[in-house]
Design a protein around this ligand. Structure first.
Ligand SMILES: [Zn+2]
Length: 334
């Protein structure tokens, strides 16, 4: 059996989304359709992230042969949690959610292992690519994406392009200050959006409130708080109204800075659906200048959790130049 070749003209690529709890990997075509997919828990504490990614890719490669008679792939696209050095394709910084992950040279390691061109970016930037080609950002040039999960992530699309900043660290929207007298954040700042609007932040705020009310401090998940809020629980409403105010205020600032056409919100917290989206919309409109906010709509992210994996693969076509910069051994042989 001839090995699968990595060639620039292929219409298929591997996409891997590395999150704090789960790694999703799949073979995706250039239209964003998923041919094959596999998932593994991240095993963050065991420092196994890189090996797990390699395992998933190997599995996909062998199944691609057998199930689809696949012979070529364009490359490997990775979307990862943490701050990514975009040119080097390495993890510049990852917090304690994935211990020991900082410094991992994903691009170098995977290029060496699979003799493939590899592009690595932040997971939310990958999600934004999926939105650009398949989701609510289609036919739009200026869009802001937020993901409300364990943390709050961001991506900013300006003139049709994702902005990366000096080395890839741009759009840390979760660490915009929304209350300069607010609660301390693990990043060193105070009153960051993430402290109020991430799943973790929502749970902390609820615990704080219950302690003040003298009602125990047992662990509560954001999912339950959101469900209680939708059912009309007044304490859950206090926490969620604070999250909505924090999001509305951050988004109003972003609207003033970037003049976007749309805002897209994804992540576990966004599964709250219409009550959350409508709440944020109202709060944004209240806080932003009407000339700028007029016509700006807020949408839920495309395909929920798989958007990151799809976008990771789409990088191979979005950044053709970056992908072909690698001097592939397979190409050398031709
Ligand atoms: Zn922060």
């Amino acid at each position: 059996m001839t090995p699968i070749e990595f060639i620039p003209s292929s219409d298929f690529a591997i996409g891997v989304d590395i999150g704090g709890t789960k790694i999703n990997a799949g073979i995706i075509d250039r239209n964003g359709q998923i041919l094959l997919q596999h998932h593994l828990p991240t095993l963050a504490q065991q420092g196994e992230v890189l090996n797990q990614v390699k395992t998933l890719i190997s599995k996909l490669l062998s199944e691609y042969h057998y199930s689809f008679d696949g012979t070529s792939l364009k490359g490997i696209g990775i979307g990862s949690a943490g701050q990514i050095d975009w040119n080097k394709g390495s993890i510049r910084y990852a917090n304690s959610l994935i211990p020991g992950y900082t410094g991992t040279k994903l691009k170098d390691e995977l290029e060496h292992e699979f003799t493939a061109s590899v592009i690595v970016d932040n997971d939310v930037n990958c999600l934004a690519l999926t939105e650009k080609y398949l989701g609510a950002a289609q036919n739009k040039r200026n869009v802001i994406c937020l993901t409300l999960g364990t943390g709050v992530g961001g991506a900013i699309l300006i003139d049709g392009k994702i902005i990366h900043g000096a080395w890839g660290g741009a759009a840390e929207i979760g660490h915009m200050t929304v209350d300069f007298n607010g609660v301390p954040c693990h990043c060193g700042s105070i009153g960051c959006l993430e402290q109020y609007a991430s799943g973790t932040g929502i749970a902390w705020r609820m615990q704080e409130l219950l302690m003040k009310q003298g009602i125990g401090t047992t662990q509560i998940e954001a999912k339950k708080i959101i469900a209680d809020w939708i059912k009309g629980d007044p304490t859950a409403a206090l926490v969620m109204n604070q999250a909505i105010a924090a999001l509305g205020s951050a988004i109003a600032s972003l609207v003033h800075i970037f003049n976007p056409e749309a805002i897209i919100i994804g992540g576990g917290v966004a599964e709250a659906g219409a009550p959350l989206i409508d709440g944020i919309k109202a709060e944004m409109k209240k806080r932003a200048m009407s000339s700028l906010v007029e016509g700006v709509d807020i949408f839920a992210a495309y395909k929920g959790n798989l958007g990151g994996m799809i976008g990771a693969a789409l990088q191979l076509w979005e950044y053709e130049e970056m992908g072909t910069r690698v001097n592939l051994q397979s190409a050398d042989k031709i």
